[in-house]
Design a protein around this ligand. Sequence first.
Ligand SMILES: [Zn+2]
Length: 169
Amino acid sequence: MHCPRTHIELTKLIVGGIEVYSSSNGGVFFDNRQITNFSDPTLKRALVLAEHLAALPDSDADLSSRINCPKCPSIVMMRRFFTPLHVVEIDECPNCAGIWLDPKELNKIHENHLSAREKQLLLNQQMNDHGFVQFDIPTNRFSRQGLKKNHNDNTESLVELALASLFDK
Ligand SMILES: [Zn+2]
């Protein structure tokens, strides 16, 4: 398989026992919804992959054009939002359900990740407000260091963060 941006062959990586395909420019292809194993930044393999990709050099490839699936070269990938807050747009293959992320998009997914509790809070708030609610997520709260430091009260502090974000507005 080849990178849809640089057209250089993708490299197969095994991260936490799961195969992914990385591009030399920091892009990555997930076969058949494997992205769900890497979208939650509380999983170690998700952080390991994000760090690996972020260390790769950027290319000057055009990241705005529509691309074909690395696995199904005749199929144009569809753009859709991945995160509940509609911040990160990804490319998904309508044929094989593979997902392509451009450089830094995995980091953005991690920064905008919501816990199950936060998703419920957001949903409740949106229903009460009958419209769009601004819901800012502090960036980098899922850094490796942050996880270690807050290991014991991680869940509690996330809920506090969510509440603070909702009711400060
Ligand atoms: Zn495909």
